[in-house]
Ligand binder design. Structure first.
Ligand code: URA
Length: 414
């Protein structure tokens, strides 16, 4: 068996065996198969697809490179398939914990135009996402929640594959997304997993049919690994909430936990928690401050300090010379415009600027006056601002006629 034959077999549209997939992942993990060969294999798999069975083998092979966490109690996890302005985990995790669930969350960094929970959390001064597994277990047991990134012990190879997909145009594939997410979730030891499957321009699944297909893969394959799987399909045609960009999103999540957040963010957080608990109770722990207290406990325990969160960036007010109703606020282009500002990566080794991003002042269906600010751009480089504005111009369209607001939630699987 060798790497080239496996790449060629997939390139030609054939089905790989369990042994071939195991070999490929194991040798990549041991650095005997190189990044460029993995990239070629990812592209072949992206174009030719992987069957559900191949995807199961891929998950098992990824899991074999690390540990699977064992817990003495039932653990729950929540994961989004990726969106723009999607800071839900920062709200949902403490919400679940304040309802008595034990939440052990393994998260990723930004992928393509989408943001990642780890990048967001790392914009909090001092916050550590790479704590030891012992510490992680201790925090989940004591506080009820913790969020960490993939570690050297837990699905280490997934982290490598993920960062290659990010820069090789191989993200939006149902089998690759399924294996990436489920391997992390299974390694984290969660018995119950709640998926927030995003659909729309800013999601990897652009239409509802594909989002339903991805949901069915996540549920079916998740169940085949003995997990209880819940899911919500939600809109990602415009960004979620108002803030897009790492620190800006953390600030908005905190406001939401203090009940001053955007309505859509709060509503979706409650719906997600509602797949495993009573929505009324979820609203109560938000209103009475328990969820915010949990968030604080988790941040403090992981070394973070939220006492003085303020983005260090200049602000540009974006407006247009038309009045009317906002018809389009394309989440993909807004995500790209924020990546251009420095909030995301183009190469694996890029460092990100936590301070930059966008704060929307209007959402789809809102009325905007000629010259009124539609959004604020937080920037630290004039050149990047220029490129970002070009994308923002493309992202927005205004209609003279009233525009119907889009549904936020399409389906719930509980
Ligand atoms: N989130 C992940 O963790 N992996 C993907 O491939 C997409 C979204």
């Amino acid at each position: 068996m060798n790497a080239i034959d496996i790449i060629i077999k997939k390139r030609d549209g054939n089905t790989l065996t369990k042994e071939e997939i195991e070999f490929f992942i194991d040798r990549f993990y041991k650095k005997e198969i190189k990044d460029y060969q993995m990239s070629a294999w990812l592209m072949a798999s992206f174009i030719r697809g992987l069957s559900k069975e191949e995807t199961q083998h891929l998950i098992s092979a990824i899991l074999a490179t690390g540990k699977i966490l064992e817990w003495d109690f039932q653990v729950i996890d929540k994961h989004s398939t990726g969106g723009v302005g999607d800071k839900l985990s920062l709200v949902v995790v403490p919400l679940l914990a304040s309802l008595g669930f034990k939440v052990a969350k393994l998260s990723g960094r930004g992928l393509g135009h989408t943001g990642g929970t780890i990048d967001k959390l790392e914009s909090i001064p001092g916050f550590r996402t790479n704590i030891s597994l012992e510490k992680f277990k201790e925090l989940v047991e004591k506080i009820g929640c913790s969020i960490i990134s993939q570690t050297e012990d837990l699905v280490p190879v997934e982290k490598e594959i993920y960062s290659l997909r990010d820069v090789t145009g191989t993200v939006d594939s149902i089998p690759l997304i399924t294996s990436s997410i489920l391997s992390k979730k299974i390694a984290g030891g969660a018995r119950t997993i709640i998926f927030d499957v995003k659909v729309g321009s800013g999601a990897f699944m652009k239409d509802i049919k594909d989002a339903e297909e991805l949901t069915s893969w996540l549920i079916e394959i998740g169940k085949s690994f003995g997990r209880d799987v819940k899911a919500v399909i939600s809109d990602m045609d415009q960004p979620l909430g108002f803030a897009v960009g790492n620190l800006l999103e953390v600030i908005e999540a905190i406001e939401t936990l203090k009940c001053n957040g955007p309505r859509d963010l709060e509503e979706l957080a409650i719906e997600i928690v509602g797949t495993v608990a009573s929505k009324d109770l979820a609203r109560e722990v938000l209103r009475n401050g328990s969820a915010f207290r949990k968030f604080n406990e988790m941040i403090e325990a992981q070394g973070g300090d939220i006492s003085n969160l303020s983005p260090s960036a200049k602000i540009y007010n974006f407006s247009i010379q038309d009045s009317g109703y906002v018809e389009r606020l394309d989440a993909y282009l807004i995500g790209e415009s924020v990546r251009v500002l420095g909030a995301g990566r183009y190469r694996k080794e890029d460092t990100i600027d936590p301070n930059v991003g966008i704060v929307l002042k209007k959402k789809i269906g809102d009325y905007v006056e000629k010259g009124e600010t539609i959004l604020e751009v937080y920037y630290n480089s004039e050149d990047k601002l220029k490129d970002s504005i070009e994308l923002i111009k493309e992202a927005i369209s205004i209609s003279k006629d009233e525009v119907k607001r889009r549904p936020l939630i399409y389906s719930v699987y509980s």
